[in-house]
Design a protein around this ligand. Structure first.
Ligand SMILES: Nc1nc2c(ncn2[C@@H]2O[C@H](COP(=O)(O)OP(=O)(O)O)[C@@H](O)[C@H]2O)c(=O)[nH]1
Ligand SMILES: [Mg+2]
Length: 406
């Protein structure tokens, strides 16, 4: 398949250059059994809100999609006496009866997740890429109300039109329902399992701590959630970034609150599952340095996308802390070690936008950077292909769900 978004014609005389010495990718190393990413220009999302897709080969970028159609899974409406309804209040007639929940509604459970990351670490872009990544994993995403729908469409449209989302000044609540299927290890081998969950989080600007006081909204989210996505920006000097210290303080505050309520684990740790995502994996200069570590592998399947497989992900995180961010990154490691159970922590090398592919839609180590500057603004060069964006969510969802069953 040729890629129409690359202005340069394919050069048949030049071989595709792979990253140096890629070791074998072991598909069984993926604990959540995520299916391979759909090929570029693949089947559109079958969700209730059609997502604007990356342009198909030979086509042009989709410019948008209706923002107001909501999903088929109805959110249960208020069930109490209709206080706003004077007739009901005076007892003249019964309020609308509420039917028993459908099987799907019973199955769906909210997965409330905290999203932490310093300003500019990539939170909004991560969320913009999430519906696209979900689609590539065969998941459908249903915003649960008009606001959630509009925000999702805005974010996704921006990214599909190859713009990064603008900085957000307020914390924006997100409530998106995910339905799909995953493969998981069962007693008799790998089994397919239907998964449905409601993702609730805040897309916050990032300054969670002001004058030493933790944002109360974020504090509430963190204390009541059982999952946390921590975005670590590998491009920002840790010395200038107070959010690493703030992260420690925030966890300490949550720890004390849960301790008061008797909600800590018997071993004294927080009960949360933690997905640590080192963002901007695609960044050109970072990537050229990181391939020298030997921790990056290349998918053997088309389009030979580079990734850090789960068994290397902790080492990649350590490398970023030690060799890219410097000594203060130890604060992040200390916080993770102090507050979380090691088995509940997983590391990811994430890229919301993915790598630019060559004219034959294959990764080429000569030219893979997917960001360019246009009129002083960063723009995405080619259709986004998120890397390790849905995986953290599936890890958290699986952990939280299993924990609930116990
Ligand atoms: N190379 C690269 N840059 C990214 C990526 N995600 C975000 N960025 C850059 O980081 C900036 C801040 O991202 P944003 O999502 O607004 O960060 P937030 O403040 O945490 O919400 C963007 O404007 C991009 O320049 C990514 O996946 N790859
Ligand atoms: Mg933002």
């Amino acid at each position: 398949m040729t890629n129409s978004t690359d202005p340069r014609p394919p050069d048949p005389t030049m071989p595709d250059i792979a990253i140096p010495a890629p070791p074998r990718v072991d598909p069984l190393d993926d604990p959540v059994g995520t299916p391979p990413l759909a090929a570029h220009g693949g089947t559109p999302l079958v969700g209730s809100v059609p997502l604007p897709l990356p342009p198909p080969a030979g086509g042009v970028a989709a410019s948008g999609a209706p923002a107001s159609r909501l999903g088929p899974i109805a959110v249960p409406q208020a069930t109490g006496p209709a206080a706003a309804d004077p007739a009901a209040a005076t007892g003249h007639y019964e309020p609308e009866p509420v039917a028993i929940p459908t099987g799907a509604q019973q199955e769906a459970h909210p997965v409330q997740i905290g999203l932490w990351g310093s300003p500019r670490s990539g939170k909004s872009t991560f969320l913009a890429a999430l519906p696209l990544a979900a689609q590539a994993h065969g998941f459908r995403v249903h915003p649960t109300d008009e606001n959630a729908s509009t925000y999702m469409q805005d974010l996704v449209n921006k990214l599909v039109e190859r713009n990064f989302p603008p900085p957000n000044r307020a914390a924006i609540p997100i409530s998106w329902r995910f339905t799909g299927e995953v493969q998981r290890a069962g007693l008799l081998g790998r089994v397919r399992e239907q998964v449905e969950f409601l993702l609730q989080l805040y897309d916050a600007p990032g300054d969670f701590v002001r004058q030493g006081v933790l944002d109360p909204t974020f504090m509430r989210v963190l204390a009541s959630s059982r999952g946390l996505i921590y975005l670590l920006d590998p491009l920002y000097s840790i010395d200038e970034d107070p959010s690493f210290r703030d992260f420690f303080h925030a966890l300490d505050a949550v720890y004390r609150e849960l301790d008061r309520d008797g909600q800590l684990r018997p071993d004294g740790h927080l009960p949360h599952f933690l997905a640590v995502c080192v963002t901007k994996f695609d960044d050109e200069s970072l990537f050229r340095r990181s391939v020298l570590t030997g921790l990056i592998e290349q998918d053997r399947k088309y389009p030979n996308m580079p990734r850090v497989v789960p068994r290397n992900a902790k080492a990649y995180f350590d490398w970023v802390c030690d060799n890219v961010l410097g000594p203060k990154a130890q604060l992040v490691r200390n916080a993770i070690n102090a507050y979380f159970v090691p088995e509940r922590v997983r590391y990811f090398a994430s890229s919301a936008i993915g790598f630019k592919l060559n004219g034959n839609s294959i990764f080429d180590f000569r030219d893979f950077g997917n960001v360019e500057e246009v009129n002083g603004e960063a723009r995405v060069r080619q259709a986004v292909r998120p890397v390790d964006i849905m995986e953290p969510l599936l890890f958290l969802e699986q952990g939280i769900r299993r924990d609930r069953r116990r």
